[in-house]
Design a binder for this molecule. Structure first.
Ligand code: ATP
Length: 512
């Protein structure tokens, strides 16, 4: 299965098992907008809980807030979003489809990189153990030709990006003969800037000065509440404010599922520090956040840092945590040292003094800030894409299993009477009563036990508990573990402790 095919299978799986549905599907859906179904919402809530508790419970100097989607329009002037939250867009006149010009060029560059990688792989195969990759890259004519092409286009692209030169973007697209993947033509419009913020009207005067934006990030809600939280919480620097909430961006996207949505959720934390100490905190938060990811057990090799060379004007350090998605390593989380840019600008524009009196220094300053920002939906996709497996079983059979980290699984335990008679459903109900206060569960008495196991595997339930005729006498049940499929006989009275050991979120938090 190619990566792209796997991605298609994932989308279908999410729909079939109630994780994610295309929004308003009965009207043919809405591009880049998705709804979470009965399973999806549980998994999503568990991801949010893991983040929230790690942030606000394990760091005694981090507190949470919940600010609104709507904010005073000046917020977005101060943050720079009105002036500069733009993507360079280009339309194909034949397909009438819209693309990001930078993405078209990046895809073109990625194809050249792929060609080079293929040449190198061929060389490796041909020369075996004696293969010297550096020498091969320096001498192979095919590699050299492709590398020269890459360097030339990459250089022009970076220059266009730095100068925000829209005509230069277009010229690169024309010179590289980049075609629209749908129409196959090169009939392009000029490149234009397109602001990603959605807007709506705040009141009914209709005279144009009442525009409200749907927040494109949750961070600004934290910055404008900085003073309130610092004062009412008697917070001493360094301290952080965390928030989970919806954000909206008018993204121009193609087939990226929940990786890039128009309405999505962010988990952001702004950590306020004394100016001059921000690099130390930046390093600490990098380490802290990577640990949070790796503790889930999805393989440390599937994460990497991508430090930014080109920094946004407000940042003095920035990195992404990238995850190995089915379509390659891509940004999952951003960590930025944002200096005093946001608080400083809000201070200027609002005219309110936003400063901290540092008793140790005996002076006031606008705090510096280190931000950690992760998309809930992107995290959902990371967990789901990593957990999805098709396993070949003995006897030629196969099963689809979601090996979700157990504390994140939407359903922790399924209670299954072997047959629908002989008092087994009644005893199964007693088992349900034993566990329902602690764990999300499903009760299922339909179909063969094998089919029921498969259904639970497909939604990632860590434990299946089967009640059979022997259970009536020995008050034991058979517990089947999802990943190993191993079964053990367990007294009903010990069930809770056994399940808890594996699925309790606090065990995960203890690893941090
Ligand atoms: P990208 O370069 O992928 O557009 P970004 O650098 O614009 O992302 P940030 O503004 O740093 O992203 O947002 C922080 C996090 O929010 C990202 O790491 C990502 O997980 C998430 N995120 C951003 N945009 C979207 C979106 N359109 N859909 C889903 N998640 C998103």
């Amino acid at each position: 299965m190619t990566q792209e095919e796997l991605f298609k299978v994932l989308v279908a799986h999410c729909k079939e098992y109630g994780f994610i549905f295309p929004s308003s599907e009965i009207y043919d859906g809405l591009a880049a907008v998705y709804d979470y179904g009965q399973m999806g919402v549980e998994l999503k809530n568990n991801i949010k809980r893991y983040w929230w508790e790690a942030m606000t419970r394990l760091n005694e100097n981090v507190v949470g807030i919940d600010s609104c989607v709507f904010m005073h329009p000046k917020t977005w002037v101060a943050s720079g979003h009105v002036a500069a939250f733009n993507d360079p867009l280009i339309d194909n006149k034949d397909s009438k489809k819209r693309y990001r010009a930078d993405v078209l060029i990046e895809d073109y560059l990625a194809k050249i990189e792929e060609k080079i990688a293929k040449e190198v792989a061929k060389g490796k195969k041909r020369f075996g153990d004696s293969f010297d990759e550096a020498q091969f890259r320096a001498t192979n004519p095919n590699v050299l030709r492709e590398q020269a092409k890459y360097d030339e286009v990459h250089g022009r692209y970076k220059a266009a990006e730095d100068a925000n030169d829209l005509a230069a973007y277009k010229q690169i697209i024309l010179d590289c003969e980049i075609v629209d993947p749908i129409s196959g033509t090169r009939n392009w419009t000029d490149v234009r800037q397109f602001n990603l913020m959605f807007s709506t009207q705040g009141s009914n005067t209709g005279n144009g000065d009442d525009v409200l934006y749907l927040r494109p990030e949750t961070a600004q809600g934290i910055f404008v509440e900085y003073l309130n939280v610092q004062k009412t919480g008697h917070m001493k620097i360094p301290f952080g404010i965390a928030q989970i909430g919806k954000a909206f961006r008018n993204e121009i996207v193609a087939r990226q599922f929940i990786f890039r949505m128009k309405e999505f959720e962010q988990m952001e934390m702004e950590f306020f520090v004394r100016p001059g100490t921000e690099m130390e905190w930046f390093a600490k938060w990098k380490e802290n956040r990577m640990k949070w990811h790796v503790a889930l057990g999805m393989g440390a090799e599937n994460y990497r840092f991508h430090d930014h060379e080109k920094l946004a004007h407000y940042a003095n350090a920035a990195t992404d945590i990238e995850f190995n998605f089915p379509f390659g390593f891509k940004e999952l989380e951003g960590i930025h040292s944002r200096t005093d840019f946001d608080l400083g600008n809000h201070q200027k524009l609002s005219g309110k003094k936003i400063q901290y009196f540092d008793p140790d220094l005996g002076e006031s300053y606008v705090p510096y800030c280190v931000e950690t920002s992760i998309g809930v939906d992107r995290m959902f996709l990371a967990v789901l894409s990593h957990s999805y497996n098709v396993e070949q079983l003995e006897g030629g059979d196969s099963r689809v299993v979601l090996s979700l980290p157990a504390p994140l699984a939407p359903v922790k335990v399924a209670v299954l009477p072997l047959v629908k008679k002989d008092g087994l459903p009644e005893l199964a109900q007693e088992v349900v009563d034993e566990i329902k206060y602690d764990f999300a569960y499903q009760y299922d008495e339909k179909d063969s036990i094998g089919k029921r196991y498969r259904r639970q595997d497909a939604i990632g339930t860590p434990f299946c508990v089967t009640v059979d005729n022997d259970s009536l006498n020995d008050h034991c049940v058979t517990v089947r573990e999802r990943d190993t499929m191993q079964q053990e006989r367990v007294p009903i009275a010990e069930l809770r402790a056994l399940i808890d050991k594996k699925v309790n979120m606090s065990n995960l938090l203890r690893k941090l």
